[in-house]
Design a protein around this ligand. Structure first.
Ligand code: FHN
Length: 456
C-alpha cells in the first residue's frame, strides 16, 4: 500500500486511475457508455404482481425477498395468476417517481419490465399476461414513466428476466409446475420460450418506449454464449446506443459488469461496474420489511462505490397501490440534499488515487468465497482532472491530513467555495486547516486543487 501512495504522488496524471476506460476499448463502446460513466447514481425499481401479497401468502409470512414469493411458497401458476385482477395501482404517478429520482440526484432509472414471475409490466402483444390486458389498471405505466423521465433528462432503462420465467413451461426456475430446468433445456422447451416470449418481448421494450439507455438482464440460467448473443443482437440492432448490463450470460460482450447484489468491492476495481443495492432487505415490496438503511449509510456507500470506480443502482420497491414507500422517499430526499451541494465529487468522477483509506482484507470470506474487508469509514476520495475531492465522514477536528505530496494550489470546502483553507505540506503529506465546524452533518467535502499541468 505504501508503494501505492508513493506512486500516486509521482504519477503525472490523477486521471490515470480512471476505472472505466480500458486501453483496448472501441470508440463505439466509449461513446455508448459515456453518459453512464458520468451518471454514477441510478434508481432501480422492482415492481410487479408480487407487491400484492407483499411477502405474505395465505396469511403466513414467506421468508426471503418479496419478488421471489411465487418461488419460495411454490405457488402454482394458476393461483399466482389470480393476483393480476387484484392489481390496480391507482395511486401510481410516473411524474412523482421520476421527480423522486431527480430529487435524489439520480441520473438513470431501471425498472422491471418482467421479473422472474413472468408478468409483463408493460402492454405486450406477445403475451396477454401483462399489466394492460390482465389487470383492471388498463394503463401502460412504462409509457408514462419513459415520458416522465425524458421530461427531466433522466435516462430510462429496463430490467428483463430473460432466463427465469416461472409462468412459462419452458422458462427457467419453475420446477413445481413444470419439468426440471435441465429437461426443459434438453427437450427444446427453453429455446421455444426464449424465441416465443423473451426475445420478442425484448424487441417490444426496445421498440415502444423511446430511447432505452440499458437493458438489465439477470440470473442467466442455462444461457449459452449463443443464446446471449441472440439477445445482444436484438439490442444492438434495435437501439445501437443501448447498453447491455453484465448478467446477460456467458461469453457476451456486455457493456459493464454487475457486482453481486449489495456487494461493494473492498478496493478500487478497474473497468466499468455497478453495485445494485436495496434500501431494506428486499427488492420487491414486502410489508414486514422495515429494516431500512440510514441516509448516512447510503451517502457513505455512494462515495465508497464511486471512490472505487463504480456506479450505484439503488432500489425502491413500490406498493401494489403504486406508491414508493415513505421511508424510501425520505431517505432519497436526504441523499438528494447532500448531492445538491456535493454532487460534483460524484458525477463523472474517477476513483481514489490512494487506497489505504478504504480498509484492509480480513482472513474471513463471505458465502460466495469473497474476502471480507474491514472497511474504514473516515473519508473517501474521488478525482477529476486538477481536483481531489475528500468526503470527510469522521470530522477530525482542526486539521485533515492526507498522504498527498503533489502541489496544491487551492483548498476549500464544496459547501463554501469562496473560503480558502490553509494548506501545509511536510513528510509527503498534505494538511488542511479545516473550518471551525463540519459543513455537513454526514460528510463534508473538501477540494484540493492541483495545477492543471499535473493532470495532463
Ligand atoms: O433474483 C433476482 C432478484 O430478485 C433481484 O432482481 C436481484 C437484483 O439484482 N437480481 C436477482 C438476484 O441476483
Amino acid at each position: 500500500m505504501k508503494a501505492l501512495f508513493a506512486l500516486a504522488a509521482l504519477l503525472p496524471s490523477l486521471t490515470a486511475f480512471a476505472a472505466g476506460p480500458t486501453t483496448n476499448e472501441t470508440p463505439e463502446h466509449a461513446a455508448r457508455i459515456a453518459w453512464w460513466r458520468e451518471a454514477k447514481f441510478g434508481m432501480f425499481i422492482h415492481w410487479g404482481l408480487y407487491a400484492v401479497p407483499a411477502g405474505e401468502w395465505k396469511g403466513k409470512p414467506v421468508a426471503g425477498i418479496g419478488e421471489w414469493i411465487m418461488n419460495r411458497a411454490k405457488i402454482p401458476v394458476k393461483e399466482y395468476e389470480q393476483l393480476a385482477p387484484q392489481f390496480n395501482p391507482e395511486k401510481f404517478d410516473a411524474e412523482a417517481w421520476a421527480q423522486l429520482a431527480q430529487d435524489a440526484g439520480m441520473k438513470y432509472m431501471v425498472i422491471t419490465s418482467k421479473h422472474h414471475d413472468g408478468f409483463a409490466m408493460f402492454h405486450s402483444l406477445v403475451s396477454p399476461y401483462n399489466i394492460y390486458d390482465a389487470t383492471p389498471f388498463k394503463r401502460d405505466p412504462m409509457k408514462e414513466l419513459s415520458a416522465a423521465c425524458a421530461k427531466r433528462g433522466i435516462k430510462f432503462g429496463f430490467y428483463y428476466s430473460q432466463a427465469q420465467d416461472w409462468h412459462e413451461p419452458g422458462g427457467m426456475g419453475n420446477e413445481w409446475d413444470f419439468k426440471k430446468d435441465d429437461e426443459k433445456d434438453k427437450d427444446g422447451d427453453y429455446d421455444k420460450y426464449l424465441q416465443g416470449k423473451a426475445e420478442p418481448q425484448v424487441k417490444e421494450i426496445l421498440t415502444n418506449y423511446g430511447p432505452i439507455c440499458l437493458i438489465w438482464f439477470d440470473t442467466p440460467r442455462h444461457m449459452t454464449a449463443e443464446r446471449a448473443a441472440r439477445f445482444e443482437k436484438i439490442v444492438h440492432d434495435l437501439q445501437p446506443n443501448c447498453l447491455v448490463s453484465g448478467r446477460i450470460g456467458p461469453g457476451s460482450s456486455s457493456d459493464y459488469d454487475s457486482e453481486g447484489d449489495n456487494h461493494i468491492p473492498g478496493t478500487v476495481r478497474a473497468g466499468d461496474w455497478e453495485t445494485p443495492a436495496t434500501l431494506n432487505d428486499t427488492w420487491g415490496f414486502k410489508k414486514d420489511d422495515h429494516n431500512w438503511k440510514k441516509p448516512e449509510d447510503l451517502i457513505f456507500k455512494l462515495c465508497d462505490i464511486v471512490s472505487k470506480g463504480g456506479n450505484y443502482l439503488l432500489n425502491v420497491g413500490p406498493t401494489a397501490e403504486g406508491v414508493i414507500p415513505q421511508p424510501s422517499q425520505d431517505m432519497l430526499h436526504e441523499v438528494g440534499k447532500w448531492m445538491k451541494t456535493n454532487g460534483e465529487m460524484i458525477y463523472g468522477a474517477s476513483p481514489t488515487p490512494f487506497g489505504e483509506e478504504l480498509g484492509k482484507p480480513t482472513d474471513r470470506k463471505d458465502n460466495r468465497n469473497r474476502v471480507i474487508f474491514d472497511v474504514y469509514k473516515e473519508w473517501r476520495c474521488t478525482t477529476k482532472p486538477g481536483k481531489l475531492y475528500f468526503a470527510i465522514f469522521k470530522w477530525p477536528g482542526e486539521n485533515f491530513t492526507v498522504p498527498f505530496k503533489g502541489q496544491v494550489t487551492k483548498a476549500y470546502m464544496l459547501a463554501d467555495k469562496d473560503k480558502e483553507l490553509k494548506v501545509t505540506q511536510a513528510d509527503g503529506k498534505t494538511t488542511v486547516a479545516l473550518p471551525g465546524q463540519q459543513t455537513d452533518p454526514v460528510a463534508s467535502v473538501l477540494v484540493l486543487e492541483t495545477p492543471e499541468t499535473a493532470s495532463k
